[in-house]
Design a protein. Structure first.
Lengths: 555, 343, 113, 258
């Protein structure tokens, strides 16, 4: 075994992908469209999410191209408004919210807890159909004139002052909300009720803890967005006056209802990513995650505190000074668990045996960028600096650092880490490490200048801007092109690896999770028979004990 | 490639204070980031598989957990308190501030000075003087943002919001609308011109519209026949509005309220909720009949009304009202003060 | 598998009959009567002028009726700790949404703006 | 809006279990899905899933209750006069109907547990009748509002609040005329009335539709074979909808009736 990688593949001349697995058990279109198997639904989600990610990415490219020049010369301001609105809606509702839970969570939570499938397979399939229905409806609105209210649907703009497809987009987001509710509901029931014998709560991998916390937010937060959108639809069609100041309604009420969901939504997006990072950091440093209970409880703490902080999005909107105090203080409390996690991951490396495969490179990228993203969040949570920095490119940089720097890096780390288990094939190491580095460089060049633009006061959602901001915008657009290349590479070599990738075998990383103790790609019922969990999570001694008892491959 | 800025100018009294907090936070973030990067890189070098092939399993240490819970929490709380102080300072205008009304409407800012100067997408302010902006929007959410002053306040429809600043260095600074408000959101920009007091006085004189805001209000007060009820005759149906601004009124629904701009606006648009004690709820609502600028003019007029002399002068026609036949208008005493509406 | 753990302590349902507690119709009948009485009382109470206590009384009666339905009709009284925790979480988040939003509206009257 | 996702579990029809591949060392009851170890685990999971779904319903109505509390506080006189437009007898009868339907539903669950098919079908039919009765009364009330133009929107009319003696309900409640701006805010009350009771009625309609389906299946003997999860879960849903009405009735109908 070469000294600087832990990858151990079976002898390629004789090894082959097991004949009986969840992919080959049944084929034909119907076997995919009517499947109850959580693994197949995860694959369906993976494909549809990548599709929507590249549409959102193309829109991002258009935005960056427009902002190369101070004037709005690539497209009319109206078109620009529609482009950034659709970029926001597609990226948030159709990529970030579902990405890790619906793909990696769907595929691996049942395997990690030793279950045959999620508790409600039919509802899991329904969640994917709702997601596709909502996605197609969103694309339909894009084709037929788009919507230009921003992804925040600010009233009274969205109810009285635009004549674009606000209603159809509202229905699309409403349906996508249900898809997210059903995923979260499925996870909570599965984690509570279907753990294998011996799998106590503190033997669960931290990936499962993170998804449990995110699912609480999905189930309890999303319905409030649903009612907010229903009220916008009623206001827009019948003029019921709930948010219309001339009829006595209060537009700030919409902000309360909208942000009550939309702040927990950012934790729905980041928590699953944190779960992936806990897995990769442990596997590639061959060590149990430092302070397991601290990391597990900080996930749940983020979920619980996530509900108390929403009005820090509204500090300049005229909420009372006293409720500003409450929300700003609680925002400081919710920032602490993220700091705990970062330091615990860093100390997991201490006295480990670290290797630098692609998932680990993405993990390091995550740790750096999420730290910056998290800390700049405190800038915006502090009411004083929020006055100057909110609604400028500082806030754009902040949430891109957390969402793209944090969440997307974690998603790519997860996809590369579990690719051998999902497909039975290894991804090509060298080019993927290159892609990780290119993404990291492109990301920093794109979004770091935006922090400076933000302090300069350049407002967000501007199609044209004063000339002195141009140089920083040119850097940002240059970075965006590199980032685009960085994100295209994985699609190419991952599809290539489906046919030509090395045969991965059961446990290429020698990881400790239950999902690595069975064949890859796994059986439809995951395990020949339900495993008994008799060791702690991330127990590398137990793993060494397992070396000689190789798992028999069925079929 | 005109001037290439990396940090906005500090042109208001609050700017250095906010920048101090901003740089403290940048410093804390840099230290935090370097700690994380140092930890990750040093551990990666020291404990790579080559140098440290066998990992040593470590459960964790509550001591360390406590340190990186309490230290970040302590730092964040310092930032919270410091930030809250600045927030209260920016959003609580001093009493002696000079008031300028700003009306945001889809895709332009309209500033209205008490002296009757009206500006579109620009704001002229004197240096070294507290200037309070009273913001309102006529349609959607806008946000009045002056990066050089580090101030920003949302103009929302239906309610006044205020912010104040004290410019320190003369010059021309950017004015942005930072809340997405539709097609021309990115063209709803302008200049804030800070002038020395003399230049400001010259500008005021040069660009007046002939009638001060209060005089506009007075004309509107008469044309909407507010004086039919709000005159000082003993049988007046409405309360006298002289010196009402800033006084504490007891409401018909119990409780008392300070008669500030917001109350006056609400009393004009939703009178029945803001009824003063002892008066019948007969005041009609002017919602939809008078524009935001009209309400501003009326509020400015009422704020400057320190006696009813003017009201009687302009409303001697009330003697012609049917129910007042036979009753002579009570002789209006000329008040000690000049009784004129302040210019 | 090497060693099968002896007593497995996770909250998979232990015995069959504990989870399937049959509530007797007698209890349902008493709860029905209690609810009907509650409705009558709340209607009667609304005709009595209790000043600001009217909404408080109405809400108190509604809450008791709701708890009766949840505990007895929905079997939460005989349900697992998990079900009780779930109901608690739902109500807690509901109160957070209502409470903290109202906190903003009520404190607007304190500050000048 | 909240399309209720009922899981059509195939488990009710007797399914020949072919659990060969995995050498099932425990017997698989016909209605036990393959991925559950024991039937108790399946019942627990579906019950817990139902409760989580009810959580989303609580938060969904939570948004409306927040709006109600804010606007009631802002425009109390408008809420008083507008609430006097609602007839307490109709609302009261509706509450009684719903509480009795909750009772019959609970008895239905009991008879399913006791495997009494006749009692189950009777209870479900009674619940169905009471539910449709409730919806019938609701349509009567809505018809009254539409007649008086109290539906928020362009045609909303204020004259039953500006001139209360022209309106029979206002006369009975001895209301005095509201000033114009407060009269305008009665529209906010009626938006809340229609949004809350409308959303509740939508949930009732979905419930009644599922009830019809259940009655058909119950007659075919589906729920009295020991597998009662479907009836139990529907019972939870029905009781939840009843609880929503228990809160709606006092908050909308009984605003200062003295």
């Amino acid at each position: 075994m070469s000294t600087d990688t832990i990858v151990s593949l079976p002898d390629q001349s004789t090894a082959r992908v097991p004949k009986v697995n969840f992919l080959s058990k049944e084929n034909g279109l119907l076997s995919w469209l009517l499947t109850g198997d959580h693994k197949r639904i995860a694959i369906l989600y993976l494909i549809s999410i990548t599709f929507f990610f590249f549409i959102g990415g193309a829109l991002a490219g258009l935005i960056r191209l427009e902002l190369l020049t101070p004037q709005s010369d690539l497209m009319a301001t109206d078109t620009y408004n529609k482009v950034f609105t659709m970029h926001g809606i597609i990226m948030i509702f159709f990529f970030l919210v579902p990405s890790v839970p619906a793909t990696l969570g769907n595929f691996f939570i049942p395997m990690m807890i030793g279950a045959k499938d999620l508790a409600l397979p039919k509802i899991n399939l329904l969640s994917w159909y709702l997601y596709m229905a909502a996605g197609i409806l969103a694309l339909y609105t894009m084709m037929t004139g788009g919507v230009d209210t921003g992804w925040t649907f600010t009233t009274p703009l969205s109810t009285h002052y635009v004549n674009t497809n606000v209603l159809t987009t509202g229905v699309a987001v409403f349906i996508a909300g249900f898809s997210s509710i059903f995923t979260g509901l499925n996870f909570i029931v599965t984690i509570h009720k279907m753990r294998a014998p011996g799998m106590t709560w503190f033997r669960l991998p931290l990936f499962v803890w993170a998804h449990y916390a995110a699912s609480i937010l999905m189930v309890l937060g999303t319905p409030v967005l649903a009612i907010a959108i229903v009220l916008v639809a009623l206001e827009r069609t019948m003029g019921i006056g709930v948010f219309d100041p001339t009829k006595g309604g209060d537009p700030i009420l919409f902000q309360h209802l909208f942000w009550f969901y939309s702040h927990p939504a950012v934790y729905i997006m980041i928590l699953p990513g944190m779960g992936v990072i806990s897995e990769t950091i442990s596997t590639f440093s061959r060590k149990r995650v430092f302070g397991y209970t601290a990391v597990a409880f900080s996930s749940v703490a983020i979920a619980v505190f996530g509900f108390f902080v929403w009005a820090h999005h509204m500090f300049i909107m005229g909420i009372s000074n006293y409720s500003m105090l409450v929300f700003s203080l609680l925002t400081m409390l919710v920032a602490v668990p993220s700091a705990i996690k970062i330091f615990n991951w860093a100390f997991t490396l201490y006295k480990g045996s670290i290797t630098f495969e692609t998932p680990m490179l993405y993990t390091f990228g995550f740790m750096g960028l999420f730290t910056i993203g998290g800390l700049t969040g405190v800038f915006l949570g502090t009411s004083g600096t929020d006055i100057h920095l909110t609604e400028t490119y500082f806030i754009v940089a902040h949430f891109h650092f957390v969402m793209v720097g944090g969440m997307l890096m974690a998603f790519l780390a997860g996809v590369h880490f579990w690719w051998p288990k999902m497909t039975g094939r290894m991804y090509p190491e060298k080019i993927s490490q290159l892609a990780a580095v290119v993404t990291f460089i492109g990301f920093n060049l794109t979004f770091f200048p935006q922090f400076i633009l933000g302090t300069l006061g350049m407002p967000r959602r501007y199609a044209s801007y004063p000339a002195e901001f141009q140089i920083l915008n040119v850097f940002s657009t240059a970075g965006a092109t590199i980032l685009g290349v960085g994100y295209l590479l994985p699609v190419l070599y991952l599809t290539w690896s489906l046919k030509y990738g090395a045969i991965a075998g059961n446990n290429p990383w020698q990881a400790t999770g239950l999902e690595w103790q069975t064949q890859s790609p796994p059986l439809t019922e995951n395990f020949p028979e339900i495993p008994i969990m008799d060791h702690e999570a991330y127990d590398y001694e137990w793993l060494d004990g397992q070396k000689e008892k190789e798992v028999v491959i069925v079929g | 490639m005109t001037n290439f800025a990396l940090f906005p100018p500090e042109a208001s009294k609050i700017a250095p204070q906010m920048d101090a907090l901003y740089f403290f936070m940048v410093l804390v973030s840099l230290i935090g980031l370097t700690i994380v990067i140092l930890l990750v890189t040093s551990f990666s070098l020291l404990y790579s598989k080559k140098r440290h092939p066998v990992a040593v399993q470590i459960e964790g240490s509550t001591m360390l957990e406590a340190t990186w819970t309490i230290i970040p929490l302590g730092l964040f709380l310092i930032m919270f308190v410091w930030g809250a102080l600045i927030y209260f300072r920016v959003y609580t205008p001093p009493a002696n501030a000079m008031n300028i009304y700003v009306v945001g409407k889809q895709w332009m800012w309209k500033a209205e000075h008490a002296g009757g100067q009206h500006e579109i997408n620009s704001l002229h302010v004197p240096v070294g003087r507290a200037v309070q902006l009273t913001l309102i929007s006529q349609d959607v959410f806008h946000s009045f943002s002056i990066p050089a002053f580090r101030v920003k306040r949302e103009a929302i429809p239906g309610r006044y919001t205020t912010v104040w600043f004290e410019a320190t260095t003369p010059g021309t600074y950017h004015l942005f609308c930072t809340q997405y408000c539709g097609t021309e959101h990115s063209h709803m920009i302008g200049d804030v011109v800070v002038m020395t007091p003399e230049d400001f006085k010259k500008w005021l004189a040069g660009s007046t519209s002939g009638a001060s805001l209060a005089q506009n209000g007075e004309r509107l007060f008469a044309s909407l026949s507010c004086a039919a009820c709000h005159n000082t005759r003993p049988d007046a149906r409405g309360p006298s509005l002289a010196n009402v601004y800033g006084s504490r009124l007891s409401l018909a629904s119990g409780g008392s309220v300070l008669a500030d701009d917001a109350y006056l606006r609400e009393a004009i648009l939703n009178p029945s909720q803001h009824l003063t004690q002892g008066y019948a709820p007969i005041m009609p609502t002017y919602q939809g009949q008078v524009s935001e600028e009209g309400v501003i003019a009326l509020v400015e007029y009422i704020k400057n009304l320190n006696s009813d002399y003017r009201v009687q002068q302009t409303t001697n026609t009330t003697v012609l009202l049917p129910e007042s036949e036979g009753k002579a208008t009570p002789a209006a005493q000329k008040p000690a003060g000049q009784g004129m509406v302040k210019q | 598998m090497s060693n099968v753990p002896d007593k497995v302590d996770h909250d998979l349902p232990e015995q069959h009959e504990r989870e399937h507690h049959i509530v007797s119709p007698k209890i349902y009948l008493t709860i029905l009567i209690a609810l009907l009485v509650g409705t009558a009382v709340t209607v009667w109470a609304s005709y009595v002028n209790l000043g600001i206590f009217n909404p408080v009384v109405a809400l108190a009666i509604a809450c008791t009726k709701a708890t009766l339905v949840v505990l007895y009709f929905m079997h939460v009284k005989y349900g697992t700790k998990l079900t009780k925790l779930t109901v608690g979480a739902g109500i807690f988040t509901f109160l957070i949404l209502v409470g903290m939003t109202l906190a903003d509206y009520f404190t607007r009257a304190w500050g000048r703006w | 809006m909240a399309r209720k996702k009922k899981r059509w579990s195939l488990s009710d029809r007797p399914v020949i279990v072919t659990g060969v591949a995995e050498g099932a060392h425990h017997e698989h009851l016909p209605y036990q899905r393959h991925h559950f170890e024991t039937i108790a685990q399946q019942n627990d999971a579906t019950n817990f899933a139902m409760w989580l779904f009810l959580l989303t319903e609580i938060m969904f109505f939570g948004g409306l209750f927040t709006a109600y509390l804010i606007y009631r506080n802002w425009y109390y006189p408008a809420f008083v006069s507008a609430s006097h437009q609602l007839s307490i007898p109709l609302g009261g009868v509706n509450t009684l109907l719903l509480i009795c339907s909750s009772f019959t539903m609970a008895m239905g669950v009991w008879s399913a547990e006791m495997k009494k098919k006749g009692a189950l079908v009777l209870c479900l039919i009674l619940t169905f009748i009471l539910g449709t009765g409730f919806l019938g009364i609701k349509t009567v009330e809505y018809g009254e509002k539409i007649e008086k133009h109290h539906v928020p929107g362009i045609h909303y009319s204020l004259n039953s609040f500006l001139y209360p003696d022209s309106d029979e309900a206002a006369r009975v409640a001895k209301d005095h005329a509201l000033p114009l701006d407060m009269a305008r805010h009665t529209e906010i009350y009626f938006f809340l009335y229609f949004a809350m009771t409308g959303m509740h009625a939508l949930h009732m309609i979905i419930g009644v539709a599922i009830l019809a389906f259940m009655i058909a299946r119950a007659q075919a003997g589906a729920y009295t074979t020991g597998h009662v999860t479907f009836v139990e879960n529907f019972g939870l849903y029905w009781h939840f909808v009843d609880i929503v009405w228990i809160f709606l009735f006092p908050l909308l109908y009984l605003i200062s009736r003295h």
